[in-house]
Design a protein around this ligand. Sequence first.
Ligand code: ADE
Ligand code: ZN
Length: 326
Amino acid sequence: SKLKTIIQGIPKAELHLHLEGSFEPELMFEIAKRNNINLPYDSIESVKEAYRFNNLQEFLDIYYAGAQVLLHEQDFFDLTWAYLTKVHSENVKHAEVFFDPQTHTERGVAFDVVINGIHRALEKGKNELNISYKLIMSYLRHLTEDAAFNTLESSIPFKEIIDGVGLDSSEMGNPPSKFKKVFKASAEHGYKLVAHAGEEGPAEYIWEALDILNVERIDHGNRCLTNEALIKRLVNEKIALTLCPTSNVALKVIQKMDEHPVAKMLDKGILATIHSDDPAYFGGYMNENYYQTAKALNLSLEQIEQLAINAFEASWLSKASKERHI
Ligand code: ADE
Ligand code: ZN
């Protein structure tokens, strides 16, 4: 369609992507086989059958199970390289990607195995696909703050290749304030700060992420529209919300795409951006997220372009690099 052609043609920046969430079933089977691990699925079809979720936690249980087949540096390389070649075909020029070290270190895979595989693929993508990148280490919020401190410590030898830290996993009952000290320590090591907030959790968690963790972007943030003072803050301080529309539908954060808050957010002047979160699980990379949103909300060409510009604006690229893309 014409809309799809337009979206394909727009240079895009991805700011909210979990590498473990880009693990396609085909690659999962291949890596499971070479690592002699049995998957609880007997076919690609039965995997896809299992990918029906009623909430965030149902997804997370399956996402963490899938990541268990990743053991060796080559596995992390292959995962990251598959993502990069995919989004290269979608005209993505810049990617700021999350990885969850604790998902791997908790089961005995060393931090350096994980990051070396990811980093080698990101460098190859920069050199061969012309995709610039930033790497974000995410703390798992269902674990303790002490566990996050251990992860911070493991990351220090690699701090030159890690640009920021994030906060993800089960939101309800794990407010940002639980991670106050480790976010402060992370900033002191030079890391930039982001956090998932207001996906399933209330607007209060977005306030906490801003006031207590001092993050510069909010991942998701859907729930901000319930709070006028928060909207003002986001607009005045140009705090980006990295929204993930197909994820929101898949996890029933919203019931239908035409309920997505992104159009209202743009109207209010919020620096809203669109991304793919866990595309292998939710069935849509960048273009599909733009397309489904644009179609359901009847976005104008200007609004679609604004979303793409906002993403470069909210990225951690230098001013000169941003200007080259916008
Ligand atoms: N980890 C991977 N995807 C996530 C999401 N959408 N919310 C919280 N944690 C996640
Ligand atoms: Zn996410």
